[in-house]
Each structure stands twice: as C-alpha cells, then as structure tokens.
Ligand binder design. Structure first.
Ligand SMILES: O=C1O[C@H]([C@@H](O)CO)C(O)=C1O
Length: 545
C-alpha cells in the first residue's frame, strides 16, 4: 500500500513551554503528524518549504532507504536542500515494523521543532512476542529560547559561545518554563496558555499500554519515569528486546524504545510522567506530563510531588542499562563472527585556529558544496578531499583521561570508502574534553543501516583483550548508541546498502561543530538519481531534460 502525505513546513509563533517563539511546524503542528504505515508499505511525503528565508531537508530516522539512498534526507550528503517555495517528494519503503522518527537534517533546524513519529506496524499474519491493549507514541525533547541562528553564530564564533543548558524539557511538544523567573510580559510568557498545558496519556485501569518513547533532544541525555509504574522494555530502534524491567528509562537523542506498562495502580488519581537531564549538570527543571487514569480529569494534578530523577553524574546505571539491551531470544539476527575492517574513532573536543570544534581522530568534519551521493555517482572526485581519513589514533601515547596536550585538529570533507558487502567494526572511543575532569555522553547515529552492538566498556579500548568479550550470541541491532563518558562502544555492520551514509553524534551542536563521518559503499550499484535532489553545487541542473 501507498501512504501519501502532503506537508507544508513553515515558521509560526507558538508557546510549547509557555514562552512565545518561532517554531517550525508541519501542517500547523509541532511535533508534526505521525506517519502510520504497515511493514512493506511505500511512504510518499511531498514537502513544501514555506520557511520563507530558510532551506530545508527531512531525514527519515531509522528507515534504511534500501534502494532509495537519495531519499535519506541528509542535506549535503544525499541531497541538495529544498529552497524556499520548492516542493520535494520523498518516496521510500518501510521494510521493517518498528518505532522510527523523522526530523529536519539541515544545519541545526531539528531543534526548532521540525520532528515527528513514524510507526510501522507488523504484517497482518504476524504475532509480536508480547501483548498489549493500546499503542501510544511520545517524543521527548529539550527546548531552547534562542533561535537556531543565534546558537549557530555563537558556536561559530571566537570566543566560542556555547548554547548552554536548555530552558525546558518537552514531552510530546509540551513543557513549562517558569515565566516569573525572567522579567517577561504576559504576551511573551503565560503559564495559563493552553498551548503549554501538560501532555497527558489517558489510560483505562487494568489495561496494558505499549508506549513508544523516543528522544530527539538537541543536547540532553534523559531519564524518563512514570510515577508508581515499572516499565518493561520490549523494543529498541525497531528490534525486539529480551524483556527487562526499569524504573528509569535512560534515553539518548535518536533512540526509540517501546515499553509496556500496566495501569494497575489506584485508579482514583493521576500520576506524574517525568523527564530529567542526566550526564550533564542539570540546569533545567524536569519535564512533566500526566499519566491520566480514566475517568479522572486529564489536567488534574497528582496529589504527590513529582518524583526526583536519578543522580545526574552516576554513570554506572546508564552503562548497566546499555548492557542489558539484548536481542529477544526468538528474534536473534546473528552477526558475522569476524569483521573485514575495524576502525577506531577517537571522540575529542578540539581547537582549530582558536575556534572550538569536535573531531573524530583529530579530523573535524565539514560538508562539501556538492552532496556526496551526487558527486560520487557522477564520479566528480575533485569535489571533495580524496585523502583517506585516519583509521585510528595514537593508541600508545594519547591519554584519554586528560585534556589533550595538543588539542589542535584539522578539518576535512574526506569520506570512508567501504568494500561492498564487507563487515565493518567501529569502535567509538571517548576521551576528556577541553575541560579538566570532563568527558561527555555522545549518542552516535548511523544512516542507512542497523548495526549490532557488540559491547560497551570503561576506559581505553584494548584491541587485544576487549574483542574477546564481544557479544556475538544475542547482540541487539540498533541505529543509535550512546558512547559513555571515558568509555568505548563497539558496533558491527554489513556495508550492504549502496549509497553515501552519515554516521554522527546526534547532539545538534556537536555535529554542527564537526562530529561525524561519511561512509560510501557500492556507489556503482546506486540507481539513477532523481533530478529533484540535484539543484545545487557543481551538479546544478544535472538530470534535467
Ligand atoms: O561543545 C561543548 O562546549 C561546551 C563546553 O565544553 C565549553 O563551554 C560543552 O559542554 C559542549 O558539549
């Protein structure tokens, strides 16, 4: 079946957390409409850019785009941006049931509110490994009051102006800023504005709910809680998980989970739904929503104070949850037992000519003027650097626990070319930032593939010892994984999807500052590119009759 959507994207004044600012909406809404489809369907989205002064691209996060790499929606990698006034038709197959997302992939545009859910249901004759009565989706975000332009300008300046901690946390696009904390007029900030009334999920006592929880924060790692209710984790990034129970669901930007909850508590009241910042010193009040027991009023406050979140700087429970996520025993996709190539990616914050940047192996990524997919397909190799980027770093001498003695890095737009159908291991290695005793959490997202998560570790990855402990028995497949502070994360994937694919830190400011790489595989097998994606750079007008 074909699922056809027509979207108009524009800026509108909205007050998602009671503070009025410009928000990017789709057909008048942020979050945008949920895409509902069934495995095997074709989704067509015709996007019209009505942003007036700004380009646009939309990425279908978790959809592998097998056979349609030009529909991945990654500006600079797989397409030219959609200029104001233009319409672009995205067309792709949703080939696997699960919980996915869509969001802007042009500059830091995602954090202006351009995002939503994709829910792909199982085929008619298929039974899932768990039962539930109702299915609900929510997206967690953090929210800034400064515009994307102010943020991007600060990040690109010397002296560096960091974006800072967010002003509020949103649950399904709703949050609450303390308007009296700043001298703001009622027109600018008004807590009785219905646009910022807390999000509520209504449940019928006794029923089981599948709650699809996703994070698209710009910066924050979150802990998600439902007061008085345990959650059973059953799905991660579109793959069934061997079930396990949590009170706090740790979730990183770009991840999706399904959890089961039973509405089995005292039905005469409502319960808090909360999000808390973890892994960075929180300077944002917790996000609040309601778990509303029918027939209580959905806006009736619970009689309790909202539960406090976990200790923000205790990394141990976060690492433990990452390690607990294994493939469901009936749905194990076994990884190849060996790889053809292993690349280590050292994650560092650097300084280039006085400007703060983020790097992989001391190379800070920049996008070329002509998108890679188009340049590669047309064999225009002069359009980006042909010097292969590094496969590792100075393992012997680099001290990951301290500020680098030489924080200098270089910029490059070179890419990693992978042999088609080869098996590739990536070991993400964390390190200290430019500040003493500081290492941050980075959620890494791969386009065009799912990967097996082979393991997580503390400290420096040992190439002789650590691979012996890889989980090759029941590793989960995901498209986004956290790299924990001072730790490493090892993943494996098959380079079997012809195209050019971004792999990057999902923190908006970090990718903006160069924290990403591009992989190319099987470019000769990519079909003819639609001319609609080629209207920029040196290939402007290519494919036009
Ligand atoms: O890129 C970043 O910059 C700041 C800080 O390191 C400098 O102010 C921070 O926390 C980041 O993640």
């Amino acid at each position: 079946r074909i699922r056809h959507y027509k979207w108009e994207v524009k800026y509108e004044y909205k007050s998602p957390d009671c503070f009025k600012k410009l928000v990017i909406t789709i057909n008048g809404k942020s979050p945008g409409p949920t895409i509902l489809a069934q495995e095997g369907d074709t989704v067509i989205v015709e996007v019209t850019n009505k942003l007036l002064l700004e380009n646009l691209a939309i990425h279908w996060h978790g959809i592998r785009q097998i056979g349609t790499p030009w529909s991945d929606g990654t500006e600079g990698v797989t397409q030219c941006p959609v200029v104001p006034g233009d319409t672009l038709k995205y067309e792709f197959k949703v080939d696997r049931a699960g919980t996915y997302l869509y969001h802007a992939h042009y500059g830091m545009q995602r954090e202006s509110g351009l995002y939503g859910s994709i829910r792909v249901s199982v085929p008619d004759n298929f039974t899932e490994p768990f039962a539930y009565d109702y299915d609900r989706s929510i997206i967690l975000t953090d929210w800034y009051h400064k515009s994307t332009y102010e943020q991007a300008t600060g990040l690109s300046s010397n002296p560096f102006v960091w974006v800072g901690e967010p002003q509020s946390l949103l649950i399904q696009g709703k949050g609450r800023f303390n308007c009296s904390s700043a001298s703001l007029t009622a027109d600018t900030c008004n807590t009785s504005n219905p646009e910022c009334s807390p999000y509520a999920i209504t449940v019928i006592p006794g029923k089981i709910y599948r709650l699809r929880v996703a994070s698209l924060t710009a910066l924050s790692a979150l802990s998600f809680q439902l007061e008085g209710h345990n959650m059973t984790v059953v799905e991660a990034d579109g793959h069934y998980v061997e079930p396990f129970v949590v009170k706090n669901l740790f979730i990183y930007s770009g991840e999706t989970y399904s959890v089961l909850i039973k509405a089995d508590q005292d039905p005469s009241r409502n319960y808090w739904m909360t999000t808390n910042v973890v892994s960075r010193l929180p300077n944002t009040t917790q996000g609040l929503g309601f778990l509303n027991y029918y027939p209580n009023h959905p806006r009736r406050s619970p009689p309790t104070v909202p539960p406090t979140g976990p200790i923000w700087n205790d990394a141990a429970p976060r690492l433990a949850q990452s390690r607990a996520i294994k493939a469901h025993h009936d749905f194990i996709l076994t990884p190849p037992t060996t790889s053809d190539r292993a690349i280590v990616f050292l994650n560092t914050q650097n300084r280039i000519n006085g400007y703060v940047r983020w790097s992989v192996n001391n190379v800070s990524f920049t996008l070329p003027h002509t998108p890679y997919l188009i340049a590669l397909k047309n064999k225009l190799h002069h359009l980006f650097s042909q010097t292969p980027p590094p496969e590792g770093y100075d393992f012997v001498n680099y001290d990951i626990y301290n500020v680098s003695k030489n924080p200098n890095a270089t910029t490059s737009n070179a890419i990693y070319r992978l042999g088609f159908n080869t098996t590739v291991d990536i070991i993400l290695q964390n390190a200290n930032t430019l500040n003493v005793n500081n290492s941050e959490t980075h959620p890494w997202h791969l386009h065009g593939h799912d990967f097996w998560v082979l393991g997580y570790g503390d400290g420096k990855f040992d190439v002789n010892k650590d691979p012996k402990n890889y989980n090759l028995v029941n590793p989960i497949m995901k498209n986004t994984v956290p790299l924990h502070p001072y730790g490493w994360t090892a993943i494996r994937f098959k380079a079997d999807n012809p195209g050019a694919w971004l792999f990057h830190c999902h923190i908006e400011a970090h990718f903006y500052l160069g924290m990403g790489v591009v992989f190319e595989e099987g470019i000769d097998k990519v079909g003819e590119l639609p001319s609609s994606i080629m209207g920029c750079g040196e290939t402007k007008g290519f494919g036009k009759p």
